[in-house]
Design a binder for this molecule. Structure first.
Ligand code: FPP
Length: 247
């Protein structure tokens, strides 16, 4: 598969090192099929394996997936409970595939506030794949961009108050060092953000990190988002001219 899928892109194509995806449209996909919303989340979960494998074969270094936001707690409890169980299903089913693909799992989010079972299974997946050297599959789970920035500001204020940093010296790098994505090092900022389902907004995802990301809004609902869609969206990225504020 590696060669096959890579051949679909120009050999000179620029592959985004960090791809972030807002996996939207599970509920609408389910409605279209006359099924309950949770059926859409289940199908969406299965699609994570397909797209993560393809991204890894295309040479993507980090794939960040927005799986649960700090605002998603306001959904009906039946849906929240189902979403909290998804990592249990996902890692229970796909861990052998992740190991085979040499994929390293990370989680970016406020894991302390997750139900015990969810937190344990997510942290175990991180632990079990920590020696893998391939693509990083970064789940944004109980993640919110504003909460992340407030948390960073609070950490820096506490350090300034106890004298361990000089507040005058706070700069971009020091601030980014307090963000949850600091664990991704120099790959923390996505090169490409994809949002599925046709909605065109950021929804509190990686507010700091998306400063210079290219954005592609794909009309496909996440459960139907295919390897073809991913290849097309990466081709679109390759056509963009990134200037980072310069000329
Ligand atoms: C948004 O669609 C999607 C979510 C809130 C959940 C996304 C989660 C997955 C795709 C599975 C994640 C997998 C693991 C392993 C954690 P929506 O429900 O807002 O759809 P709608 O806008 O059509 O209603």
């Amino acid at each position: 598969m590696t060669d096959d899928i890579r051949k679909r892109l120009d050999p000179e194509a620029s592959i985004p090192k960090h791809v972030a995806i807002i996996m939207d449209g599970n509920g609408r996909w389910a409605k279209k099929k006359g099924q309950p919303r949770i059926a859409g989340h289940k199908e969406g979960m299965n699609n994570v394996k397909t797209i993560a494998t393809a991204a890894s074969h295309l040479g993507v270094k980090v794939l960040s997936l927005y799986a649960f936001s700090t605002e998603n707690w306001s959904r009906p409890s039946k849906e929240v409970n189902f979403l909290m169980r998804l990592p249990v299903d996902f890692f229970g089913t796909f861990m052998p595939d992740l190991i085979k693909e040499n994929i390293k799992v990370l989680v970016t989010g406020f894991t302390d506030h997750l139900p015990d079972r969810t937190r344990k299974v997510v942290l175990k997946a991180v632990e079990d794949t920590k020696g893998n050297t391939g693509m990083i599959l970064n789940f944004a789970f109980n993640y919110g961009g504003r909460a992340e920035i407030v948390n960073a500001a609070k950490n820096l204020a506490l350090k300034a108050a106890d004298g361990s940093i000089d507040p005058v010296k706070i700069d971009d790098a020091m601030f980014a060092g307090q963000l949850l994505t600091n664990q991704l090092g120099d790959l923390a900022d996505p090169d490409l953000l994809i949002r599925t389902s046709g909605e065109e907004r950021i929804s509190n995802f990686m507010l700091w990190q998306l400063a210079y990301s290219e954005m592609v809004f794909d009309k496909t609902y996440w459960p139907e988002y295919s390897v073809d869609n991913l290849v097309e969206d990466i081709k679109e990225f390759d056509r963009r001219d990134r200037r980072f504020g310069s000329i």
